[in-house]
Structures are given as C-alpha cells and as structure tokens.
Ligand binder design. Structure first.
Ligand code: FNR
Length: 218
C-alpha cells in the first residue's frame, strides 16, 4: 500500500522548485511504480449455482500477466440503512476497504426485472456513503454479465453505467460483454464453455488493465 502526503510533497516543491504536485496525479504516479494492477471483482448474485459467480471465477482465471483479480462475495451484506452509514457493519467496512485498496473494479451483474439485482445496488450504495467518503470515486471500472434471456444483461448493464456518473467512476466502454442464453454457455460444473464468450472476457480484462494504467498515468 502506498501513502501519499500532499502537504509534505508541496513543502518539498517549495524547497526544490519542482513542478507543483497534484494530489491525484502524484498518487497515481506513485502507484504506477507498483506495476501490478489489482482488480476487485464483484458479482451481483448470491445464488450458489450462479452463472455470474461462475463468470467471475472464469474472469479471475483469465486475468492477464501484470494484474490480479480478487473476488469479494456479497453474502451477508445487510440492507442499506442510512442511520448506520457513518459506523457501518463490519462486512460493509470490509467492502469499502477492499474497494479502496483496488486499482479498478469489475462488476459482474445478473439482470433482474430489466435492472441490476438489489444486492448489488445495496453494496454500491453502502460503499458510496457517507457523502464525500465514497470508496468508488475515480475508480476505473468494467462491466460484464450473463442471463438466461436473449439480451444477456444489456438493460441491467446500462442501468449500472448510469450510477457510474454520480459515483465518478471511469467506465471502460468496450468491449461489451453480455452473455445471453446462459443455460447453454456453461457446462454442468458451472465453467464457461463458449469459446467466443471466453475470448471476450479475456479481451475485456486486457482492456481494463490498459485503461487502469492509462488513468493512473494521466
Ligand atoms: C430474472 N431473470 C431475468 N433475466 C433476464 O434476462 N432479464 C430479466 O429482467 C430477468 N429478471 C429476473 C428477475 C428475477 C427476480 C430473477 C430471480 C431472475 C433471470 C436471470 O437471468 C437468471 O435467473 C439468472 O440465472 C440470474 O443470474 P445468476 O444468479 O445465475 O447469476
């Protein structure tokens, strides 16, 4: 983990007459020296045999060199309660810390009633609060998803992208990974078996890592 003390850096600037640092720029430059990109993957289903949880495990196995993908399970995240936002339950505190520590986020969303599942929205809301202390701020983010329907979570993904505006996240636009007819794309053990879908997941992870590095260096 890297700590960046802006006051100290500005003091150094006064002494050395180096270009004045910006909080974001120098933090990103400091992190850039890490090389490795850490992605936090969050699937919006609690179902044991969830296709989306399987998809996230597949994504983890396809993560390119120079990056790692860690999975955060949403089990036991309680319903959002604004009365508790300043002193949240331990599982929520853990979520916020894991989001903060990650360089970028991969959401894997099912589609429920043409939108994202409540458990995922709930987690997003918790980690966005209290106001001014959102863990999502400035995080590069990508979205993938699979459903048994013909549109493969398209409507849910566009709803999710709407939240990125207020959360001030940096979404990767393409490729879009919307895996339709999930029932025929996974084998009996829950492994993604569709070659085209596997290739798309591989591609989006490569792009997310590039996108994260680009934003770091900006
Ligand atoms: C669904 N499903 C669904 N599918 C879809 O393509 N569009 C939709 O709007 C909905 N709506 C919906 C609502 C609710 C409450 C449930 C439980 C399901 C079906 C959904 O794609 C299917 O159950 C997936 O298997 C859910 O993802 P996981 O749990 O397998 O990851």
């Amino acid at each position: 983990m890297i700590f960046f003390d802006l006051k100290f850096a500005k003091k150094q600037h006064e002494l050395n007459l180096q270009p004045a640092p910006t909080a974001r720029g120098d933090l990103m430059n400091a992190k850039e020296t890490d090389g490795n990109v850490t992605i936090l993957g969050i699937a919006g289903s609690l179902r044991q045999g969830s296709y989306n949880r399987s998809l996230l495990r597949t994504a983890k196995s396809l993560t390119p060199a120079g990056a790692t993908l860690d999975i955060f399970d949403l089990d036991n995240i309680p319903g959002f309660n604004q009365d508790l936002e300043s002193n949240p339950p331990p599982k929520v505190a853990e979520l916020k810390a894991r989001v903060r520590a990650a360089d970028s986020i991969l959401f894997v969303t099912p589609e429920y009633n043409y939108s994202i599942p409540g458990v995922l929205k709930n987690a997003i809301d918790w980690a966005s609060r209290p106001y001014g202390d959102s863990a999502w701020d400035s995080k590069p983010v990508a979205v993938i998803g699979t459903s048994i329907g013909a549109l493969g979570t398209a409507r849910a993904q566009y709803h999710l992208r709407q939240s990125f505006v207020f959360l001030n996240m940096y979404p990767l636009n393409q490729p879009e990974v919307m895996i339709a007819n999930a029932g025929s794309k996974f084998d009996e053990h829950g492994n993604l078996k569709d070659e085209r879908a596997i290739e798309l997941v591989r591609q989006i992870l490569i792009k997310l890592v590039e996108w994260t590095r680009l934003i770091r260096s900006s």
